[in-house]
Design a protein around this ligand. Structure first.
Ligand SMILES: NC(=O)NCCC(=O)O
Length: 337
């Protein structure tokens, strides 16, 4: 039996780090708050006498040895949050993994495979793109050097931020080789709750496409510049944002589209913007549909910029193909219901 009270109290204690006044918390990756969270969780690993390791991108894991020389069954998630994060997002997966190990230790249960709990660095991608960075590096899906050079929203690179909080470890990327990976995660959307379901087995991960657009036009006086003579970067950005929404509408579920960041320059009430930088997050569980959504958006952006006498450039911040989870593991989840 796991100790649900111990699990809840750990979730609450971790949630006090970076707590927001109205509830929830903010522990952006590799900030001092993240460092405090890492220290707390690693302290719990240490109290159980587990073998702790940290790799070059700050992924940290703890192992309870198994009876046989086999790769570990890994449980975990992340402890970084977005700027308006919930208490359970990521932390549940890490602390539930810890709880499984502690309960097994208390009950004297020995397993063939080692049991491992891990927290991956920058899974949220809120400070540094892309998301799922630590696990991507661990699995060889993302290049370590490129990720270390990735600039954050404040200009600091991942490498600098890792060193800033002393989170860079000696273990090489890919040192953690799981036999299987299990993650308990709070639902990140409202569907289970709307349908009054307690729990679901996740079937896969959406394909993710993050693009940063920069539109360049010409600043001009808002009062005296006739509309046909404008090269309004803000107008083009607004059109592209509307098109992203139209794509989601036309494609239908599960296509989703989000403009999460947008900044105009010079960002003044009475000046036509000379530049606009913004992001579009497109997701779909089918790779062909995702590519079609990207193609439509990119073509629209070119045309919208041209029509306004502006130019547009784009930069890919994240691109992951959809993943379908292992059928055997999913079936095991259903059998246990
Ligand atoms: N909470 C969480 O696991 N986030 C993944 C990042 C994303 O969905 O962009």
């Amino acid at each position: 039996m796991i100790d649900a009270d111990r699990l809840s109290s750990r979730i609450a204690e971790l949630g006090r780090i970076g707590a927001l006044p109205g509830g929830g918390c903010k522990r952006l990756a590799l900030t001092p708050e993240d460092a405090e969270g890492r220290a707390l969780v690693t302290g719990w690993f240490r109290e159980l006498g587990l073998e702790i390791a940290t790799d070059v991108i700050g992924n940290t894991w703890a192992i309870r040895p198994g009876k046989r020389d086999l790769p570990p069954v890994v449980m975990g998630s992340h402890i970084d949050t977005v700027a308006t994060g919930g208490l359970y997002d990521g932390t549940l997966g890490v602390l539930a993994g810890l709880e499984v190990i502690e309960s097994a230790l208390e009950a004297g249960i020995e397993t063939d495979h080692p049991l491992c709990v891990v927290f991956f660095t920058n899974e949220e991608g809120a400070r540094f793109a892309p998301d799922m960075m630590g696990s991507g590096v661990a699995q060889g899906a993302l290049d370590l050097e490129q990720m270390l050079a990735s600039p954050g929203i404040d200009g600091t690179t991942v490498g600098e931020a890792l060193d800033g909080i002393g989170a860079r470890g000696p273990a090489p990327a890919g040192a953690l080789k799981p036999a299987a990976y299990l993650e308990l995660h709070i639902e990140q959307g409202p569907v289970l709750e709307t349908e009054a379901l307690q729990i679901g087995v996740v079937t896969g991960v959406q394909g993710i496409s993050w693009t940063e657009f920069t539109v360049s036009g010409r600043s001009a006086h808002a009062g005296t510049t006739p509309m046909p003579l404008r090269h309004d970067a803000g107008h083009v950005a607004a059109g592209i944002a509307m098109e992203a929404r139209a794509i989601a509408r036309d494609f239908g579920p599960p296509q989703v589209a989000t403009v999460g960041r947008l900044s105009l320059s010079p960002d003044l009430v009475n000046v036509v913007p000379e530049s606009a930088t913004f992001t579009v997050d497109l997701r779909h569980s089918d790779e062909d549909r995702l590519q079609q959504a990207e193609a439509r958006l990119f073509a629209f952006a070119e045309e919208a910029a041209r029509a306004e006498g502006c130019t547009v450039t784009r930069r890919s911040l994240a691109r992951f193909e959809p993943v379908v989870f292992d059928a055997g593991r999913r079936g095991a989840g259903r059998a246990g219901r």
